[in-house]
Design a protein. Structure first.
Length: 333
C-alpha cells in the first residue's frame, strides 16, 4: 500500500538553483500554482493538485477562526496571531499583553519552549541566564490568540490543541470554507497545533480569498479576513521581524506573504494574484525568491521593485568569506 504523502520528485519541477563559482551546486525542485486576480489557475508547475501540509502558511485561517469566535484582534495583536515571529522583545511584549487580556500566565501556552530567532534577543537572554521560553517560540502569538478564543467562549484552555476541541474544529471549518477543500490528512505541527493537508491550489485559493476580503464586508468571516490583511499591511514587523523576508516583502511591495516550514510560501499581490508553492526538499532558502519571480511573471509586480527587494534578502553564496555564487530562480521556470 502506498504511503499517503505529497508529490514525488518525478512530479516536481525545478524551481531554483544554487551556483558556486560558476557551477550549479544544488537544485531545488517543487510545485507551485499561480492564480490570476479572478481566482483562476493561470500557471501550474509540478503537481500543485497534490496535498501538502501548509505548516505556518495555515496561520491566516487559524487567526480568522479565532476572530470569528468573538475575539476582537486588531493591530499588532492580530498580526501576532498569524505570525512566525523572530521573538524580539517587541514581539514577546505583544504576546504578553494578549495573555494578560486572557487572564492567563505564560505557562498556559502549549507551544514548546524555544530561544527567539532574533540573535540580539537570544544573546541577551543567554547573558541573563534565561533559558528557552514558550513565549519566545515563533508560534506563541498564535497560541495566545487561541487561548483568548477559549476564554471568550468558555472552552477548556487545557485541551485547546486537541483536534476535536471546539476551536480546532472551527479552524478546520475555516480552512474548508476558504480553500474549498476538505483536508485529506491531519497531523501535529511543530508548535503542537493540528495542521491539515490540502493542495497548493486549495491553499492559493484560500489565501486569495483572504487577500481580497474587505473589513467592511457584510459577512463576519470576510470582515475578519479583511481586518487581518489590513493589520498585516499596517504592522509588517510583527509577522516575522525587521529585515526578515516576509516583513521586507510586505513593507516594500504591499504583498500579503506568509512562509511555512518545509519550503512552503504563499504570496498575494494587491490585485489578488496569488502564488502558493512548496520546495520538495523542505528548504525555505529559495521560496521567497521563487514566489516573487512568479508574481513578476504574472504581471502582478514590477520587475525593478522586486529586484530592489531581492537585494535585501540573503541570496548570496560565500566562499572564504567572499561572494562566490547566488541562489537563483531556475532558468526553466
Amino acid at each position: 500500500m502506498a504511503q499517503l504523502g505529497t508529490f514525488t520528485a518525478d512530479q516536481a519541477a525545478e524551481l531554483a538553483i544554487v551556483t558556486r563559482s560558476g557551477f550549479v551546486e544544488s537544485r531545488h525542485v517543487g510545485s507551485a500554482v499561480v492564480l490570476d486576480q479572478h481566482g483562476e489557475v493561470q500557471r501550474s508547475i509540478g503537481a500543485p493538485e497534490a496535498p501538502v501540509f501548509p505548516r505556518s502558511s495555515l496561520k491566516p485561517f487559524q487567526a480568522i477562526a479565532v476572530m470569528n469566535a468573538g475575539v476582537q484582534l486588531r493591530g499588532p495583536q492580530a498580526v501576532l496571531a498569524t505570525a512566525s515571529h523572530a521573538g524580539t522583545m517587541r514581539h514577546m511584549s505583544t504576546v504578553r499583553a494578549m495573555l494578560t487580556t486572557a487572564g492567563l500566565p505564560e505557562d498556559a501556552l502549549q507551544c514548546p519552549p524555544a530561544f527567539p530567532g532574533d540573535q540580539a534577543t537570544r544573546d541577551e537572554m543567554v547573558r541573563q541566564g534565561v533559558g528557552p521560553q514558550r513565549i519566545a517560540m515563533n508560534c506563541s502569538g498564535k497560541h495566545a490568540a487561541m487561548l483568548l478564543a477559549c476564554v471568550a467562549n468558555g472552552w477548556d484552555a487545557a485541551s485547546y490543541l486537541h483536534p476535536e476541541h471546539p476551536l480546532q474544529r472551527a479552524v478546520r471549518d475555516t480552512v474548508e470554507r476558504f480553500t474549498g477543500e476538505k483536508p485529506v490528512a491531519t497531523a501535529v505541527d511543530g508548535c503542537g497545533a493540528p495542521v491539515f493537508a490540502i493542495s497548493l491550489i486549495g491553499l492559493a485559493r484560500g489565501i486569495a480569498r483572504v487577500r481580497t476580503s474587505s473589513a467592511t464586508s457584510p459577512f463576519a468571516i470576510y470582515r475578519n479576513a479583511g481586518a487581518l490583511v489590513d493589520a498585516v499591511l499596517e504592522d509588517p514587523w510583527a509577522i516575522e521581524g525587521p529585515g526578515r523576508p516576509n516583513t521586507v516583502v510586505i513593507e516594500r511591495l504591499g504583498v500579503f506573504a506568509k512562509l511555512g516550514a518545509e519550503g512552503v510560501m504563499v504570496m498575494a499581490a494587491r490585485d489578488g494574484t496569488t502564488v502558493a508553492l512548496k520546495v520538495l526538499d523542505g528548504s525555505g532558502r529559495a521560496s521567497t525568491l521563487v514566489g516573487l519571480e512568479l508574481l513578476v511573471a504574472a504581471g502582478a509586480l514590477p520587475r525593478q521593485e522586486v529586484d530592489d527587494v531581492l537585494e535585501q534578502l540573503d541570496l548570496t553564496i560565500t566562499g572564504g568569506g567572499e561572494p562566490v555564487g547566488r541562489i537563483e530562480v531556475s532558468p526553466t521556470l
